[in-house]
Design a protein around this ligand. Structure first.
Ligand code: NAP
Length: 332
């Protein structure tokens, strides 16, 4: 596995950098000495990020654009290479989601979610790959979601786009084996970014992430670790991460039972909200910077929930074992 413990002087393009994971990852990468080209649609927000990066002693080129417009994507990569002479790392983070029951989501919401959260990743990868191949090295780092390995009600378009993006990244990794070009993924749990302050909703209520919610820096630090040791899939959270994946393998019925019973309730509040389009097609002012209005879940609550989940799974697994024993006895 390639290691780049010292990232100083490397050049990274970070998409979705005007808020959330992209913003915080850009800051962390800059602290590690990476020279940045940051992109999203909101230029004023990117300029604010640039000021923060410069204050921390970093270098930052702003190149705004829309990931659904191929010419924008190609221009961003061209400007980055013209400015720095190279590009070593692409952090794909731009995404949108739309809350609603599948049959009530407008069709254009479904296709737009795919166009941004899935095809936007493809477009940027296709634009940097010729440079990576010419250089003989490069790193495609994709900000994925725990939903790429799972599911949630009200987010069918987003979850399926994330499944597709993970499948694409894993296939690409096989194609690029031995070329010096690496593909990494970070499986992001619910994080307290502005995503929930500008996502469209068909529900008429303010949406919130599936708890527990983590601080965005958990993901940004994972991005830097992957930049240093590419070619891996990182699952930075424990409860809504490694434990959840393990439990889904062991007792998939537990997660399914919880999400089908409480998944809608978990993601909605009783605060009325009329935001049918949010930032889906046109960028909005709300939600600039790394953190949003939903605070992270306190650590003690995460700990209590972990214990509860372990007890529930123990009960289900224990019940299944006892049931199987009973069946065997009856069969004898
Ligand atoms: N927050 C979570 O709980 C969570 C959970 C799992 C995975 N993730 C993943 O983390 C990544 C970042 O999400 P986030 O939480 O940081 O959300 P966010 O704060 O809403 O950031 C999304 C970014 O994408 C940009 N964007 C949206 N549409 C675009 C377009 N058409 N062209 C270019 N840029 C566009 C937005 O900027 P502009 O509006 O300025 O274009 C913004 O910078 C996404 O891949 C998301 O799926 C987040």
């Amino acid at each position: 596995m390639a290691r780049h413990e010292d990232l100083r002087g490397q050049v990274a393009i970070v998409t979705g950098a005007s808020s959330g994971v992209g913003w915080q990852s850009a800051l962390r990468l800059a602290e590690a000495g990476v020279r940045l080209c940051v992109t999203a649609r909101r230029q004023a927000a990117l300029e604010r990020l640039r000021v923060e990066v410069l204050q921390r002693g970093g270098e930052c080129l702003v190149s705004d654009g829309d990931v659904t417009v191929a010419e924008d994507v190609e221009r961003v990569v061209r400007e980055c290479v013209a400015h720095y002479g190279r590009v070593d790392l692409l952090v794909n983070a731009a995404a949108v989601q739309s809350y609603g029951y599948f049959d009530q989501l407008p069709w254009e919401h479904i296709t737009r979610v795919f166009d941004v959260a899935c095809f936007g990743y493809f477009r940027f990868a296709r634009a940097v790959l010729p440079h990576f191949r010419r250089q003989g090295h490069g790193h495609l780092l994709n900000v994925q979601s725990m939903l790429a390995a799972g599911s949630a009600p009200l987010l069918s378009a987003y979850a399926s786009a994330k499944h597709a993006t993970l499948g694409w990244a894993q296939s690409l990794e096989l194609e690029l084996a031995g070329t010096g070009i690496h593909v990494s993924n970070v499986m992001v749990p619910s994080v307290s970014t502005p995503m929930f302050d500008h996502a469209p909703t068909m529900l008429g209520w303010r949406p919130v992430p599936v708890p527990p919610t983590y601080d965005v820096d958990l993901v940004a630090r994972a991005v830097v670790r992957l930049a240093k040791r590419p070619g891996r899939t990182s699952v930075p959270a424990f409860l809504q991460g490694r434990l959840m994946l393990w439990l889904n393998g062991l007792a998939p019925s537990v997660g399914k039972a919880v999400l089908s019973r409480f998944g809608v309730q978990m993601q909605t509040t009783d605060m009325p909200l009329d935001r049918p389009e949010g930032n889906l097609f046109i960028p909005v002012e709300e939600g600039v910077g790394p953190r949003g209005s939903v605070p992270p879940t306190p650590a003690w609550k995460r700990f209590t929930a972990t214990l509860g989940l372990a007890a529930l799974t123990g009960g289900v697994v224990g019940g299944a074992v006892l049931g199987a024993r009973g069946l065997l006895r009856a069969a004898r």
